[in-house]
Design a protein around this ligand. Sequence first.
Ligand SMILES: Nc1ncnc2c1ncn2[C@@H]1O[C@H](COP(=O)(O)OP(=O)(O)OP(=O)(O)O)[C@@H](O)[C@H]1O
Ligand SMILES: [Mg+2]
Length: 285
Amino acid sequence: MPDALHVGSGKVRELYALDSETLLLVATDRISTFDVVLPTEIPDKGRVLTGLSAFWFARTRHIVRNHFVALRDDGRSLECRRLEMLPVEIVVRGYLAGSGWTDYCATGAISGHRLPGGLRESERLPEPIVTPATKATEGHDVTITEDDAASLCGAKPYAKARDAALALYRFAVEHAEARGILLADTKFEFGIDEQGAVTLADEALTPDSSRFWPADGYAPGAPQPSFDKQYVRDWCLGTGWDRTAPGPELPPEVVAGTRARYVEAFERLTEVPFARYLAAPDVIL
Ligand SMILES: Nc1ncnc2c1ncn2[C@@H]1O[C@H](COP(=O)(O)OP(=O)(O)OP(=O)(O)O)[C@@H](O)[C@H]1O
Ligand SMILES: [Mg+2]
């Protein structure tokens, strides 16, 4: 890419600087589970993530400003405004799942939010809660309290970001439920732009950053089948893998099953056939 300077690699994205204000975020087909990047790629996964993020960026500007500038024709590269990122991830949970369920079982609370007793796994919470986490530079993210997040970010930027995250979550829940999908939880990243405004960044409301469950067949009291990485996680654990690098190679049927789940989430949420997106990504905006 002659017009861009490579400035960083995440587990999933490559970052390039286009100029001093603009970044190009390229979502690769890499997949990570338990924070380990697997040796096998999922074809088009990066396009699903970029397309879905762009879909939400285009529809949520009335809630909070975001970093979106343009989508490139490859369907996986997003031009965005370069921000000073807040040092926390803002997780919103509407249901008891994953590490939220684990913390609730151990302490009756998540991230300092005390919850009613007797809730079951995957049960809907009385109200969505915000459970921030630090962005661990290596290893797993660590859940912290909202007070700790406010000290790390500054009270005002944190309050603005967490209110925006809750509003985005509620907006997406309504959109997804109308299409037969429950949004159990999701993670947002925010940054501060050149005017000092809290701005939504990174990816948004994708299967990598969220737990999507099919609404039909929802049955609290157990883990739910999902559109997200749970399928590939479960397959990996079934091999006896100990969750440390390197992860196992995925066989072709698991690659195909994972790709199909990502594409299904894309099509159900956007109502745009994935092939149409690939032919002309801007249809998603
Ligand atoms: N507008 C933006 N300005 C600056 N940085 C951004 C912006 N949007 C996203 N980022 C950063 O770009 C990176 C995206 O890469 P990716 O999603 O692969 O990372 P990750 O694996 O989730 O996390 P890590 O950065 O810890 O590897 C993240 O570090 C994210 O914070
Ligand atoms: Mg990321």
